[in-house]
Unconditional design. Structure first.
Length: 89
């Protein structure tokens, strides 16, 4: 069985294969970034929250508040493309 390779030489996972998330990669998105309206970002969504933690401020998605941790694992990036659940403020 041959493995498909993308334009950058990275193997393409087979359908149904588990998605591997790199350590430190934000996992706080409610849906995959880029599935929402063109030109919108997480930072322009009504669900973005700025959570204070000491002297720092962390960006989180309110739609998955039940999964928030006290670490970077559930942070989001405000410049990420919007997901399908994006709503205007």
């Amino acid at each position: 069985m041959s493995t498909a390779i993308d334009l950058f030489g990275v193997p393409i996972p087979e359908a149904g294969a588990p998605v591997v998330v790199k350590p430190g990669q934000p996992k706080g998105f409610a849906r995959p970034p880029g599935t929402g309206p063109y030109g919108e970002t997480c930072g322009t969504c009504v669900y973005i929250r700025h959570v204070r933690g000491g002297a720092n401020v962390y960006k989180k998605c309110a739609l998955i508040q039940h999964r928030w941790t006290h670490g970077p694992g559930t942070d989001i990036k405000s410049k990420s493309p919007a997901c399908e659940l994006w709503e205007a403020p």
